[in-house]
Write a protein that binds this ligand. Sequence first.
Ligand SMILES: [Zn+2]
Length: 240
Amino acid sequence: MFFIYQIRTLTPKVTPCTDLNCPLCGSRAGVELAIFQKYAWFIMPMWPEGKFGIAYCGNCQQKIPNVKWTDELEERYYQLKKETKTPLNLWRGLFINPLLLAAFIGIIAGTVYMLAQRNKRNQIENKALLSEYIVAPKAGDLYRVAVLVNEPSPSYNYTYFRYMNTSGDTLFVEKLKKGLPTYGSWDQLNTSEANAFEGKKIPLNHSVFKKNQDFLIMGEETIHIFFKGIERAGHTLIKN
Ligand SMILES: [Zn+2]
């Protein structure tokens, strides 16, 4: 892992050096030395870096370049640099930032976990409800189905079965007259208009439906109509 940090400087500590001559204009009383503290910054100060000094003359109003510094000026600079303590709080980011990062990761991980748990719970509830609806069908239940059609070439037709009644282990449904070839297009089918359903009773094996959640027509051996979900009172449960 890497991160980008900045190098910043604290407000300098300025000391008048009235006893020193300015190497530029030769006058006294105008020389000042500023000591700068550098530090690494990321959200907050992370750790201190080095110090540097800038000399300035108030008389000739110029910055005194390092190459022009007199021995006395240089000596004073080292002295002041030594006297300027590095503030300990410049280290704080090194201790606090990992905590912030940990807290941040904790929040993200916690949220992801919570969402995953909720999703899992919803799936379990959905599955339980689906089984319940299959075991105890109600008038008006609509089953989303995918019918495997072999002619002219194998394809699916998406339509609805509507629950009619049960008799023993037989669950009677009727098929919607219309169907669509695109998966997920159930919403586009009108199930409420008059004579929308064929009215012909289709006998389904209720045990197979309960066990496999698929449709086996009584007297047939193979399943070619697949159960995809239930709609009851405007609420849809999808079979996963
Ligand atoms: Zn000067």
